[in-house]
Design a protein around this ligand. Sequence first.
Ligand SMILES: Cc1cc2nc3c(=O)[nH]c(=O)nc-3n(C[C@H](O)[C@H](O)[C@H](O)COP(=O)(O)O)c2cc1C
Length: 181
Amino acid sequence: MPKIGLFYGSKRGDTADAAEKIKKSFDSIEKDLVTVFNIKKVEVTKLEEYDKLILGSSTWEEGDLQLHWKRAFPQMDSLDLNGKQVAVFGLGNQSEFSTTFQTAIGTLARKARERGAALVGLWPAEDYDFLESPAVEGDHFLGLALDNTNQYELTEDRIDIWVQQIAREFGIIEEVEAAAS
Ligand SMILES: Cc1cc2nc3c(=O)[nH]c(=O)nc-3n(C[C@H](O)[C@H](O)[C@H](O)COP(=O)(O)O)c2cc1C
């Protein structure tokens, strides 16, 4: 079964909470697939140890990555992510930051793609109310967009649905079903 590395950056704990919920949701499919790392505490090169990656950041300062991701970000230019699959999630506030909503998702996703990774976990941009977002291509965010300020009641269900989606895209559901038969 492939192991998944989840790397997050969080200022007030919202992204950290979402990271734990994502891990818990994966646990309901197969125990201990996901190892969670705070990007504040590890080197970016650690990403290369995983073929399946989940990257999470809140957006700050009207379009920036969360501080610890911001510090780590330049080192991503030395990563080789060829052959790896990357899913991205973000925390943001659609009403107060209606033109920079979830910028961090776009920043991390495009960098992962530039370094050779295949993106999974694209998420429909409907059911949100914002003017524009650099994280949207076509009618999808480049990852799961969570907004605990305006849509907290949707966060848990969104995570569960997204985890099912990326578990399928990572090939994990298939492996679990094959192991059970
Ligand atoms: C000063 C400030 C700037 C922010 N800028 C943005 C932004 O540009 N885009 C956005 O979507 N959210 C923005 N937010 C909302 C945060 O991303 C949101 O509160 C998030 O849940 C924080 O997650 P964290 O605790 O994991 O860092 C901002 C919040 C503050 C207080």
